[in-house]
Structures are given as structure tokens and as C-alpha cells.
Write a protein that binds this ligand. Structure first.
Ligand code: ADP
Ligand code: ADP
Length: 218
């Protein structure tokens, strides 16, 4: 049966970093809604133009648009074995839509690792984040530096700093997270799917804790 893992946590918690490592280990597709929006932005699609105004302000793209985009992505053949979801769902409506679409595939969410990181750590994480142009690989200038400054270790493409990682936008993203996404912690706890992991530890320790949580649940 297909396996769907939902990585939950505030912006900067380490979802993208960990998703990359875990997806590789299990041969699962890494589906990041943020990466999908940025891909659309780069290709100047209608969806990209629509998303841009919300992303620049650090607000959420409307649910109907986001849900349709993820539904289309999960329906593709490379997601037949399941997916590691990063950044989706971000609202209760999205969580319900996910449950419904997985039901259509005769599947369900397997486990929801929640990467817990206190607010004061997030701004520093995001202001030091460098993202790869080609595939969205992430680095940190202090905590996870690339081998060569400005170059992605995985695919050699250029590293850049996201506009929405500026401190003013980050503050709004954290506020939006608290208001709209944090309620999902309780939602998935009540469903018995939530496993909390301490995201303040070094990257490899967080990976180990996540792998343990996933293996226990699977
Ligand atoms: P998210 O996808 O949750 O927004 P990222 O994976 O992009 O988070 O990580 C945000 C920043 O923090 C990146 O620069 C990343 O290199 C760094 N980072 C991720 N995990 C850790 C960690 N455990 N300790 C220190 N820095 C981390
Ligand atoms: P982070 O890695 O910091 O958590 P993302 O790359 O996941 O950030 O998201 C960047 C932006 O893309 C968000 O601030 C939001 O505007 C938009 N976005 C991403 N995922 C969603 C979603 N599930 N629902 C609505 N908007 C989203």
C-alpha cells in the first residue's frame, strides 16, 4: 500500500532539509507545495502569477488553488508508491481535502512527524537559508554550509536567498503559521497520527528521530 507522510512544523523547522533525506531513503517522492509554487513562478504560469502576490506577503495561497495543485501532483505516476508531503496541508480545509483525495486512492496518511522548533530560532534559520535554483535543495550559511559558497552540492546550480526569507516577511509567515497551521497539530494528535520530534537538535539527529518515528508507525 502507498505510504503518505506529512511533515508538519513552522517555517524554518527543517521540513525541506529532512524531506530530502527521508524521501531518498524510502524512495518516496518529495512533494513540497512551496517548491511547486516557486516552479510555477519561474515558468510564469497563471498559477505562479496568482501565488506570487500571496507568497511575497508571507500569506497563504487560497485553499482551492493549493488543493487542486497538490491533487494533480499526487495523481501522477511517480507518486504511485506514495509521497512525503512538505508544506501541505497548512489549513484544516487542506487537511480534510488531503484525507478525501487519499481515500479516492484507497490510501490514508500514515504518520505526521511534527518538527518542533521555538519561534526565536526560526528567524535566524531563515535569514541564513540559501536555496538552490534548480531543485530547491536547502543550505544554511552557518548550520549546513555548501562545500563551495553559492553553489549547490547536489546539482551545481546557483544558491539564492528567497525574498520571503527577509525578517519582516518571516515574522508574518510565523504569525500565519500560528493562526492557520498550528491547529493541525491538535487535529493529527486526535487522529493518533502525530509524532513530535525535537527540531532544535543537529540535522542528523533530527533525521534519526524522524526515521525512528516513521518506522514505528509504518
Ligand atoms: P522548512 O522547510 O521547514 O522551512 P528548511 O529545511 O528549509 O525548513 O530549513 C530552514 C533553514 O534551517 C535552512 O537554512 C536549513 O539549512 C537550516 N536547518 C534545517 N535543519 C536544521 C537543524 N536541525 N539545525 C540547524 N539548522 C537547520
Ligand atoms: P517554508 O519552507 O518556509 O515553510 P514554503 O516554501 O513551504 O515555506 O512556502 C512558501 C510560501 O508558499 C508560503 O509562505 C505560502 O505563501 C505558499 N504556500 C506553500 N505551501 C502552501 C500551502 N499548503 N497553502 C497555502 N500556501 C502555501
Amino acid at each position: 500500500m502507498a505510504v503518505y507522510i506529512v511533515l508538519l512544523g513552522p517555517p524554518g523547522a527543517g521540513k525541506g532539509t529532512q524531506a530530502q533525506l527521508i524521501a531518498q531513503k524510502y524512495g518516496l517522492m518529495h512533494v513540497s507545495s512551496g517548491d511547486l509554487f516557486r516552479e510555477n513562478l519561474k515558468n510564469e504560469t497563471e498559477l505562479g502569477k496568482l501565488a506570487q502576490t500571496f507568497m511575497q506577503r508571507g500569506e497563504l495561497v487560497p485553499d482551492d488553488v493549493t488543493i487542486a495543485m497538490v491533487r494533480e501532483r499526487l495523481g501522477r505516476p511517480d507518486c504511485q508508491k506514495g509521497a512525503l508531503l512538505d508544506g501541505f496541508p497548512r489549513t484544516p480545509t487542506q487537511a480534510q481535502a488531503l484525507a478525501q483525495m487519499l481515500q479516492e486512492f484507497n490510501a490514508a496518511v500514515s504518520v505526521v512527524p511534527y518538527i518542533a522548533v521555538p519561534e526565536e530560532v526560526l528567524v535566524e534559520r531563515l535569514s541564513g537559508r540559501w536555496t538552490c535554483r534548480k531543485n530547491g535543495h536547502v543550505f544554511h550559511e552557518k548550520y549546513n554550509p555548501p562545500t563551495a559558497v553559492g553553489v549547490c552540492d547536489y546539482d551545481g546550480s546557483e544558491l539564492y536567498q528567497r525574498d520571503d526569507d527577509l525578517p519582516a516577511t518571516v515574522k508574518n509567515r510565523i504569525k500565519v503559521y500560528q493562526e492557520q497551521t498550528a491547529p493541525l497539530i491538535q487535529y493529527y494528535r486526535e487522529n493518533g497520527l502525530l509524532v513530535e520530534v525535537d527540531g532544535t537538535k543537529p540535522i542528523d539527529q533530527v533525521t534519526n528521530a524522524l526515521l525512528q518515528a516513521i518506522e514505528k508507525a509504518a
